[in-house]
Design a protein around this ligand. Structure first.
Ligand SMILES: [Zn+2]
Length: 362
């Protein structure tokens, strides 16, 4: 929720649209350093939470700044990220907030395993410097050297965390789908949750980001779309709304806000989600709604598909050229290496190739 004018305004905005839980930035999402909260702000936040029935320990999930990269191989930059990260954690605790969500960062062409270790180390440091806030790692859409596009990354980092009570995971439906985990319907989502249980453990699931995907399955693009308008479609959201497993954890909307809209428009999607509770897959009204929303997103889906195919073709050409010219120098490339894995503009390293081999074995 928007928090302009003071962090406490997020509480008022969330109440306006009938949200049971909400996300907020603790400081400017674009600047490294922000002013400390005043005692007055902190008090006002607490009073408003109480007045409007939000428990800050469980109902509010602040989002870390996108540029925080605790896995950065350059130690100066790693330290700069850590400072902002731990400052966020302390802000949470000042406000009595119990959960903090962030993106796990990128190995930036460095050794992936070492990058995971840096991330694990910095999470442990952050936990030691604070008292109660739970650090929630979000899964990613899978572009380039990003950490957390594979559930295995998250599983490995959690293994390194000393205080397991203070670590959790946020599933983002858009990221999951574009990273190559199909979750379109109940049975596919069930398969994904089974995998989640095996690799991470359901007990770590601490929140869900609900987003449809503008880009096609396995495209590795992080393009959020309004519910039901994208390639995922409405069905998965009906399934999630009716899952007992997800009761009691914050479920957050991060769907796009179009020109001329503000985040009060989330009220409509909250209404839609409430409407989906108890709806059966074959319910006539539901089927109608699903088609209606899908139609609204048709044009954008087609546009994205075109872009996706063009990119795929380009990457394939590039791959063939590389294979023809550089076989000696680079070694023989693995057969059938996923074209999509070539989407990354970043220079390829042996590490990223190794990751892909692992992916194939999965
Ligand atoms: Zn998200």
């Amino acid at each position: 929720m928007a928090a302009s004018g003071g962090i406490y305004n997020s509480v008022i905005n969330a109440r306006k649209i009938g949200a049971k839980s909400f996300a907020v930035f603790l400081k400017s999402p674009r600047r490294w350093v922000s002013k400390d909260y005043t005692q007055e702000e902190i008090d006002k936040f607490g009073i408003l939470c109480e007045k409007h029935g939000y428990n800050p320990r469980t109902d509010i999930l602040p989002h870390g700044q996108y540029f925080i990269n605790l896995a950065n191989p350059e130690s100066e930059k790693e330290e700069k990220s850590y400072k902002s990260f731990v400052d966020d954690l302390k802000r949470c605790e000042q406000l009595g907030i119990g959960l903090y969500n962030f993106h796990p960062g990128s190995s930036l062409d460095s050794d992936h395993g070492e990058a995971l270790k840096r991330l694990g180390k910095n999470i442990n440091r952050g936990i030691k410097e604070t008292k109660f806030v739970k650090i929630v790692i979000e899964n990613m859409a899978g572009h380039g050297n990003l950490i957390g596009s594979k559930l295995e990354d998250i599983g490995k980092v959690i293994e390194m965390v000393e205080d397991k009570e203070r670590i959790g995971v946020c599933i983002d439906t858009c990221h999951t789908y574009s990273a190559g985990y199909d979750i379109e319907d109940e049975s596919k989502f069930g398969e994904f949750l089974k995998k989640f249980e095996e690799v991470i453990g359901m007990n770590y699931l601490s929140s869900v980001h609900l987003n449809d995907s503008k880009a096609p399955f396995n495209s590795n693009r992080d393009l959020h779309q309004k519910l039901g308008h994208g390639y995922l479609g409405l069905e998965i959201f009906r399934v999630i709304c009716n899952l007992e497993k997800f009761e009691g954890i914050p479920i957050i909307l991060e769907t796009p806000i179009e020109k001329g809209e503000d985040d009060l428009r989330y009220g409509e999607e909250i209404e839609l989600l409430n409407w989906l509770i108890g709806k059966k897959k074959e319910d006539e009204e539901y089927v109608k709604k699903k088609e209606e929303l899908s139609l609204k997103g048709k044009k954008e889906r087609e546009e994205q598909m075109k872009k996706y195919l063009v990119r795929q073709e380009k990457e394939e050409k590039k791959r063939k050229k590389e294979e023809g010219g550089n076989t000696k120098k680079r070694g023989i490339r693995e057969n059938g290496e996923d074209i999509l894995s070539q989407l990354s503009k970043k220079k390829k390293t042996t590490t990223t190739r190794k990751e892909k081999e692992e992916k194939k074995e999965d």
